[in-house]
Design a protein around this ligand. Structure first.
Ligand SMILES: [Zn+2]
Length: 336
């Protein structure tokens, strides 16, 4: 969702962009911790649109002196809030009681913010390191010594964005109230790296699958990760329209649970109704879905107004998909 040119209008008019619907992220599967296995989308395969560098893998080295220690993977949710934190999971190969540290880049210097001792048994151990609260796009790295000296270490660097949940508490509560019925638990992040100077909001649905459930060989499971990102400082009516528009994008992904065919069928109807293809149709529909609930055309961006047929379609979307599959981390059985 974009803010229309700020220059001519006395008040910025809100519109939309980037519903970032990422499909079919390949599932990587190697002895991941239970939490991570259930959350494949949060591992290193972060959609490029997020572009905050969670995929970055800096110099993973092995010591030459027989140390077979290395970092199998570092798993971290790409967006976090300072109110609710999930840990960074570091997969240590050949765990022998190594000192595993989480370091943060503060003014050009790496500072240790957490440390844990790896177990002494097994071939791979997952060590959880709690992420400290620190708002903004911040660089971190996990370091594990690989030899007897500190000179050799396995290192993985990545960025994590945390939105300041305390500072924006009232704003998030307000946004949440507007989408409470349809997106009750979809995380809302404020001023993320995706929010450019003219972006009002972004909704992301990252779909992973089909992948094999633990202990099964056949790939039958699907999963998504959904999030809403909003800019701070919008007026009440802008925020309401923006929050509903982004929630509409979240709802637009829900037909997928009935299978790819059902989703394609629903997409065809949308394209016909809004006279556009793909994402453009989805944007127009999201705008009309917001207007169908606010009763106001003031913040429409992708369409000048919504026709009666479009408003009827928008209401049908809320009615049909607004109150089902509301989990932002839904797992379901794949259907064609
Ligand atoms: Zn949009």
């Amino acid at each position: 969702m974009r803010l229309r040119s700020l220059a001519p209008a006395a008040r910025p008019v809100v519109g939309f962009v980037a519903l970032a619907l990422v499909l079919q992220v390949p599932e990587v599967s190697e002895a991941a911790p239970a939490a991570a296995a259930a959350a494949p989308a949060t591992r290193a395969s972060v959609p490029a649109s997020r572009a905050n560098g969670s995929t970055a893998r800096a110099s993973a080295r092995r010591s030459s002196s027989g140390g077979a220690t290395s970092l199998v993977d570092v798993i971290v949710a790409p967006l976090q809030s300072t109110a609710k934190r999930t840990p960074v999971q570091a997969g240590v190969r050949n765990p022998r009681g190594q000192h595993v540290t989480l370091q943060r880049l503060d003014r050009g210097r790496w500072t240790t913010v957490r440390s844990r001792t790896a177990p002494r048994t097994g071939s791979v151990a997952w060590v959880a390191l709690a992420l400290p609260a620190k708002a903004g796009d911040v660089r971190y790295r996990v370091v594990v010594p690989t030899g007897r000296t500190r000179a050799t270490a396995a290192v993985r660097a990545f960025s994590v964005f945390q939105s300041d949940a305390r500072k924006h508490a009232r704003y998030i509560t307000k946004a949440r109230s507007y989408v409470a019925r349809y997106c009750p638990s979809t995380p809302i992040y404020i001023d993320t790296p995706s929010i450019g100077p003219r972006t009002a909001g972004v909704a992301t649905t990252t779909v992973v699958g089909p992948f094999a459930p633990p202990g099964k060989r056949k790939a039958t499971r699907m999963r998504w990760e959904q999030a809403i990102e909003l800019r701070s400082g919008m007026s009440t009516s802008q925020l309401r329209h923006a929050a509903l528009h982004e929630c509409a994008h979240i709802v637009q992904a829900r037909p997928l649970v009935a299978g790819a065919k059902a989703a394609a069928k629903r997409q065809k109807i949308t394209e016909k109704r809004y006279g556009a293809k793909g994402a453009a149709a989805a944007e127009r529909q999201a705008d009309c879905m917001a207007t169908a609930l606010t009763g106001s055309s003031r913040h429409l961006y992708y369409v000048p107004r919504c026709t009666r047929a479009q408003l009827a379609d928008a209401r049908a979307m809320w009615r049909g998909y607004g109150t089902k599959h509301r989990s932002p981390t839904l797992t379901w059985t794949a259907r064609r």
